[in-house]
Design a protein. Structure first.
Length: 526
């Protein structure tokens, strides 16, 4: 009996574990929170519902049910939401667990209190909560809250999140940003920032733009970099970026932007470089043809930008330059007609400042348009062209060019003729979030001619239903953040955050401007 009983107990425990594993993933219904506040915070219900739904889901373990059927079932439940009603609703939608609770705001303080209820099992009701001095901090701590919910559902601890420092103390002597939740260390010959980011070998030029994609069709991504008048194509090999090809520009050329996209649908991405030559646009396209990188189109009188557009996929946009203005309206969708890249149709969008800093943004089943305006404020327009939100911060750029040629003569000063326009920073959408870089200047962007950026940060903004709120931001990075991407560069599974940084001059013994790529692993990005 001494031998048989423990064996029987072990068998029973193993059967229960097997049965438990067989039930995975657990289905979870997340309900809109109840609001307790003298203020109108109704917009937070939908925002928190979307954020928690995306954070709680764990592939293969926890499946969050679609909110449509859950909301429909909620209308059939009478009275206030309590344990009995939560279990009743869970049975209606076939959920294993139901999460419900309330958001309370009094004065500046706020708290989010949730209950995790097992619909059929014997687990006791669990409570999870976060408290904060400001509403913004509640949004920032949703990852922490989602982890707690998953732990209650699964019955075992998950890897704890890094302890988040207060926003005002997000400084680090190394100057390298801490990655968002899910970032993992990447091996490199030079690890910086405690292994969270690594820095590439330095490049002896100032980066103006960067794009990442599979340029030769071999399944591995390459990196296209531009400086003032050169295009550089690199591939990650043997723990460093190896130069594959360099295209040198002509004396009067000035490169402004670079993007990649498989617009001609041949399975290889083309490189689109926007270039000015003697105050005229003279953009060009490079593609991998017959075993080598070649220019396949030149002298294009267009600004060029590739954006992700929902079901359309990657769309090449084009815009003209005016003699008196930097960017002319309208914007066009561009395409390959078998002989060259042409404008196909006017883009069906409201009027925006320029194609730089622009992206379609899908929210609540509707399409909106995000763009950085001439005042460097990020703005969201609805499909009718009404601005429904704008940022309080500016997202400045030092990528500037002269709109009109310099004219010297009687009564005309060089300063009056020197009219500047800017290529705005990139905005990348990801579900109900956007990612972008924010460069920081001591003088602010209003001193356009003399603005210089000493540092910058990467931000993740989350749409709450009525506004964008900073959900995460990196520590400050010394130097100017020229561009960034979320792509795979090392050939391993998953994508990386890649930030092109023009390093401070004091970082080089020669005193010349140099740059580098800061890279960190990202998992779970779509």
């Amino acid at each position: 009996m001494i031998l048989i009983v423990p064996l029987s107990l072990a068998q029973g425990q193993g059967e229960r574990q097997a049965a438990k594993k067989g039930n995975l993933p657990y289905k979870v219904a997340i309900l809109p929170v109840t609001i307790h506040s003298p203020e109108n915070l109704g917009y937070m219900q939908e925002g928190l519902l979307d954020i928690l739904s995306s954070r709680v889901e764990l592939e293969g373990r926890v499946k969050v049910l679609e909110k449509g059927p859950v909301k429909k079932a909620l209308t059939q439940v009478q009275g206030e939401m309590d344990l009995e009603n939560a279990r009743k609703l869970g049975l209606m939608v076939g959920a294993d667990f139901v999460v419900f609770g309330s958001l309370t705001k009094l004065g500046d303080s706020a708290s989010l209190d949730l209950k995790v209820v097992e619909v059929k099992g014997e687990k006791p009701v669990s409570s999870v909560f976060v408290q904060a001095k400001k509403m913004e901090e509640i949004i920032a701590r949703t990852d922490e809250l989602a982890r707690k919910i998953d732990e209650k559902i699964l019955g075992y601890p998950l890897t704890p999140l890094p302890v988040e420092k207060p926003r005002e103390s997000l400084k680090e002597t190394a100057g390298i940003p801490a990655p968002p939740v899910g970032f993992q260390p990447v091996e490199s010959r030079k690890v910086v920032g405690g292994g969270e980011f690594w820095q590439s070998q330095p490049f002896p030029f100032k980066i103006k733009g960067m794009a990442v994609g599979d340029l030769d069709g071999d399944g591995q991504n390459e990196v296209a970099l531009i400086d003032e008048k050169n295009l550089w194509i690199y591939r990650w090999e043997n723990k460093e970026f190896k130069l594959l090809r360099k295209f040198e520009g002509r004396k009067l050329e000035r490169y402004l932007a670079v993007d990649v996209g498989d617009i001609d649908k041949d399975g290889k991405m083309e490189i689109f470089v926007t270039s000015l030559e003697d105050n005229r646009l003279s953009s060009f396209v490079v593609a991998f043809k017959d075993g080598a990188f070649r220019k396949v189109a030149t002298g294009l009188d267009w600004y060029l930008r590739v954006v992700e557009w929902g079901e359309k996929g990657a769309v090449l946009l084009g815009q003209k330059k005016g003699y008196q203005v930097g960017f002319e309206w309208p914007v066009y969708e561009m395409g390959w007609d078998g002989k060259g890249y042409k404008d196909i149709r006017k883009a069906d969008i409201p009027k925006v400042f320029s194609i730089y800093g622009f992206t379609p943004f899908f929210r609540d089943g509707k399409i909106g348009y995000l763009f950085i305006d001439s005042d460097f404020r990020l703005k969201l327009m609805d499909e009718k062209g009404k601005v429904v939100w704008k940022s309080g911060d500016d997202y400045g750029s030092d990528n500037q060019f002269q709109v009109k040629p310099l004219v010297a003569g009687p009564g005309t000063s060089l300063i009056d003729a020197d009219d500047l326009a800017y290529v705005n920073v990139r905005v990348i959408p990801r579900g109900n979030e956007i990612l972008l870089i924010k460069n920081i200047s001591a003088t602010g962007q209003f001193l356009k001619r003399s603005t210089s950026y000493q540092k910058g940060e990467v931000q993740v903004l989350t749409w709450t239903g009525a506004m964008f709120m900073v959900n995460w931001k990196s520590r400050e990075i010394p130097g100017y953040l020229a561009d960034f991407q979320f792509q795979d560069v090392d050939g391993e599974k998953g994508k990386e955050l890649i930030v092109a940084v023009n390093l401070p001059r004091e970082g080089f013994f020669s005193g010349q401007m140099g740059s580098a790529l800061m890279v960190s692993r990202v998992e779970g990005i779509q």
